[in-house]
Design a protein. Structure first.
Length: 442
């Protein structure tokens, strides 16, 4: 099992993986288009280039990440040398989602391999073309006992979760995340859950309306809104709402044309089930832009909703589609009341020219991560942790944190033999005063 102890072996395998994923980049983009009409541009920006970048970063840093880390010893253990060993957990299960089916399967895999684990990857059955190319790539690089792809539907996932693992990494919905957590609890298996939530986007009256609208449209409608960190609803000051709405309409048209169904840059909803769910969100709502649908192609246009009621269907759960409710507010207490209705979100966004106000907002609310004056770009920095809090997930990864996620940190104290201080040994008669002085000094 060279992958467990030999860092050079892991590094070589990652280099081979890098070569193969670069070779198949065009095929990956084609598979993503077949699965739900993701454009080549989006495929490159959000999937293939991200995986290649993660590989480069991991290959460059794996030697440093994996070596023992010495720490300052405790005086109580004098003389000693104290250090932390990075040890693989063992057998790892990675369950990937369908919305970014390539990136969110490969990136955790890269980290798990770098950490020295055996890995089973379960790609999404909803993106069969992408799952097939993932399986092809892995089989060309790894021995079957080292990394294996298992394709299939819900029953396959259930079977995998019924088995014992040393670590489980899951990306997907809150509902399925709870099932994964229950299965992991059976064997006390540590887990990372990357989930989602109703991500608020808070607009300040003092903001650059045009630029804010441009960035909101990009971040909301990329991947047809099927992004766990996309803004789920806008909170807009009443007095600037008309201006912002017009700016949003203009930016949608600039991005996708008068008929987004004809745009080469606008993907489709992943399947009929999800299309029907999103279609139901439009019922009894005031549509102020978009709202066009085509059931034969799983198409829903970029859609703006006006003043959706907080108890309406669209405001109950994460939307995960190209529908954006716009809700006005008069004061900050209204913002607080709305956000408090929901579980802690995966992301939160603020648009404001008032740095003090924006800082207060991001410090006031609990959420996984977010941006001031932009949307979703925090995901792209591998020096930032990515993960949720509460119902939006547990654990974080990216960059070195990904390596650490799949690594058990083993604490070791190597005690010297040349002296053996007597204070710790019984009998303790006449030692208490001395040990109290030592402990106070430490």
């Amino acid at each position: 099992m060279e992958y467990k102890t030999n860092i050079s072996y892991r590094k070589e395998k990652l280099k081979q993986l890098s070569s193969v994923v670069i070779h198949y980049e065009n095929e990956i983009s084609a598979a993503l288009y077949k699965d739900f009409k993701k454009s080549e541009f989006e495929a490159v920006v959000t999937e293939t280039s991200y995986v290649i970048s993660e590989l480069k970063n991991t290959i460059k840093n794996i030697d440093r990440w994996a070596k023992p880390r010495w720490v300052l010893p405790s005086l109580l253990n004098f003389p000693s040398s104290d250090f932390i060993l990075s040890e693989p957990y063992g057998k790892v299960l990675i369950i990937a989602p369908w919305n970014y089916p390539y990136q969110l399967a490969l990136c955790p895999l890269i980290a798990a391999v770098a950490a020295g684990n055996q890995v089973v990857v379960k790609p999404s059955e909803l993106t069969p073309n992408t799952s097939a190319i993932i399986s092809k790539i892995i089989s060309e690089v790894f021995d079957n006992n080292h990394v294996k792809v298992i394709e299939g539907g819900v029953e396959v996932s259930k079977e995998l979760l019924s088995q014992r693992w040393d670590y489980i990494f899951f990306t997907g919905s809150v509902a399925v995340g709870k099932i994964v957590a229950k299965a992991a609890a059976e064997y006390m298996t540590p887990i990372t859950l990357e989930l989602g939530g109703k991500n608020p986007c808070i607009i300040d009256a003092d903001c650059n309306v045009k630029l804010s609208a441009k960035r909101i449209v990009w971040g909301k409608f990329i991947n047809a809104g099927q992004t766990c960190i996309a803004p789920d609803y806008l909170l807009v000051p009443h007095k600037i709402k008309p201006k912002l709405v017009e700016a949003l309409k203009d930016e949608i048209t600039l991005a996708y044309g008068e008929n987004p169904e004809l745009s080469a840059d606008f993907p489709r909803i992943i399947n009929q089930k999800n299309w029907l769910r999103l279609q139901s969100f439009l019922e009894n709502e005031t549509i102020i832009f978009g709202g066009q649908t085509n059931t034969s192609d799983n198409y829903i246009s970029p859609t703006l909703l006006d003043e959706s009621k907080l108890d309406s269907l669209v405001m109950q759960d994460e939307i995960f589609g190209p529908i954006l409710p716009i809700i006005s507010y008069q004061n900050e207490s209204e913002i607080e009341a709305i956000i408090a209705r929901y579980e802690k979100p995966l992301s939160l966004y603020v648009f404001s020219n008032n740095n003090k106000w924006a800082k207060e907002i991001v410090e006031k609310y609990s959420f996984g991560g977010g941006c001031i004056n932009d949307i979703i770009i925090h995901f792209s920095n591998n020096r930032l942790p990515f993960g949720g809090v509460g119902h939006s997930g547990m654990g974080a990864y990216h960059g070195k944190l990904s390596f650490d996620t799949f690594t058990h940190k083993k604490a070791i104290v190597k005690k010297g033999l040349w002296i053996d201080l007597p204070f710790r040994y019984a009998p303790y008669l006449n030692k208490l005063a001395a040990i109290k002085k030592i402990l106070k000094w430490i």
